[in-house]
Design a binder for this molecule. Sequence first.
Ligand SMILES: NC(=O)C1=CN([C@@H]2O[C@H](COP(=O)(O)OP(=O)(O)OC[C@H]3O[C@@H](n4cnc5c(N)ncnc54)[C@H](OP(=O)(O)O)[C@@H]3O)[C@@H](O)[C@H]2O)[C@@H](O)CC1
Ligand SMILES: Nc1ncnc2c1ncn2[C@@H]1O[C@H](COP(=O)(O)OP(=O)(O)O)[C@@H](O)[C@H]1O
Ligand SMILES: [K+]
Length: 506
Amino acid sequence: MLSTGAVACLDAAAIAGGILGIALMEAAGAAVATRAKALLPANGAVLALCGPGNNGGDGFVAARLLAAAEYRVALVLLGERSALNGDAALAAQAWTGAILSTIPSDLTRFDLAIDALFGAGLSRDIDGDARAMIEAVAATRMAVLAVDVPSGVDGDSGSVRGVALPAVETITFVGLKPAHLLEPGRGLCGRVEVVQIGAGPDAIAAGLEASLPPLHKNGPDLWGAAFPRLTGASHKYTRGHAVVLSGPATRTGAARLAARGALRVGAGLVTVASPAGALAENAAHLTAIMLRRCEDPDDLDDLLADERLNVILLGPGLGVGEPTRDRIGVAASAGRSLVLDADALTSFAGEAKHLAGLLADGGGEAVLTPHAGEFARLFDGTSVLRGGSKVDRARAAAALMKAVVVFKGSDTVIAHPDGRAAINAHGSPYLGTAGSGDVLGGFIAGLLAQGMPPFEAACTAVWLHGDAGLRHGPGLIAEDLPELMPAVLSGLAERLSAAPPTLAHR
Ligand SMILES: NC(=O)C1=CN([C@@H]2O[C@H](COP(=O)(O)OP(=O)(O)OC[C@H]3O[C@@H](n4cnc5c(N)ncnc54)[C@H](OP(=O)(O)O)[C@@H]3O)[C@@H](O)[C@H]2O)[C@@H](O)CC1
Ligand SMILES: Nc1ncnc2c1ncn2[C@@H]1O[C@H](COP(=O)(O)OP(=O)(O)O)[C@@H](O)[C@H]1O
Ligand SMILES: [K+]
């Protein structure tokens, strides 16, 4: 993905490579016109809203092409025509129709608005004439086609600067920007289409270079190569052994949900480590998953004497306080891969640095999976909470913890301490149900158990979890998520064009 700042570098590299800026703008405007035609009735009426920069330039090009194709076009320019510069001025020169300085009073006659007010160059909150224009159009039922990003949406954070114009569709250029995936931007974009506008591979490489550290849209392209594959020689011990710590009696369900997730996603063995008082309750519900008594930190230490237990998940239903902190201390010092969720994170509220110290001392790899509330509690008092986008905050958290951070939500961000990050858009609101996050933690543990590196394991788990949510739809409860894995994993295997694991045994 590209940051908005990188767009200028990309343009400069394209121009240095012999492509004129106006050619890029013509291609961008042509793509907008093509999509507008698809949204418009024959001879439909278009309101083109053009801003003072190159986003407006794209709007002038689209307006010209639509007028030439016999659509009825009214064009409104924010600001003075004489104030237009560079390519936008050239695009305006080629427009021979009228330029209105205010929007027409009767907006009901328009079928579509092209929103070319502000794109990558939005630099402050919108007010005055621009705000009035946006509010007037937003108050109608007119469909809006946004150029690059809906005006008012900050391209890097997805936040709204004062006011934003919701779109049914957004056409962006060369690559996705963070605002297309981060809320509230994502919800304001409608359907997003990325179009190529003739910037060559060198220019795109320059844009990506300027966008470092890399930010990805989460999906199989990012982690498919690291996804575990079975061979005929695979057996349960090659698929890893995950341990999930259970809470006390009457609070054991979360751990079992996680354990079931770990097993279904492919861990060879899964053990629930349970306090004595909760053994009967856990035993009544577990079959393929093993059960061990684990009353105190010493029991956990004993359990971990078996080196084959390679991943430990702590947090779901575990309780907040000293006993949980002690168990985390033991688990961290065992040097295994850790997944810390829910109560494990809240037990270190305001003490993120202390937790980071424990993790560093143990030398194992860790994945932390806070939702927004847990994130705010854990990082209270640190610079992590100081502004920036959700990606910025996830990156800062990962750097502080020297661990992979999965900052959950409808726009889950996965961040690595080295700065690489991914935004997940593959999911469904039906995932917002009690215990859903516990299963996600289990998926991460199950993939770590199979040897995936933590960043890839976390990205994969988030995607699989989202895929399950999309497949199931209404009526989803957390128990369904592990049981959807056979279908989800078969679908993934097809996507990766790898034979489903069972074929390897034929
Ligand atoms: N390679 C690509 O991807 C290509 C990208 N292209 C297109 O270029 C677009 C980026 O163009 P851009 O850099 O000129 O910025 P843009 O969004 O037009 O806004 C800047 C203007 O808005 C003004 N302004 C800012 N905030 C304001 C506010 N709140 N209220 C009022 N005014 C405000 C700001 O004023 P200033 O801050 O300078 O006072 C300045 O005049 C990009 O989104 C894409 O559509 C294509 O043409 C082809 C190649
Ligand atoms: N609107 C949504 N779209 C996509 N995913 C969502 C949405 N709401 C919640 N989720 C996902 O559901 C999970 C909920 O986890 P969490 O808040 O920890 O719940 P719990 O503690 O009940 O298990 C997270 O993975 C989150 O990203
Ligand atoms: K726009």
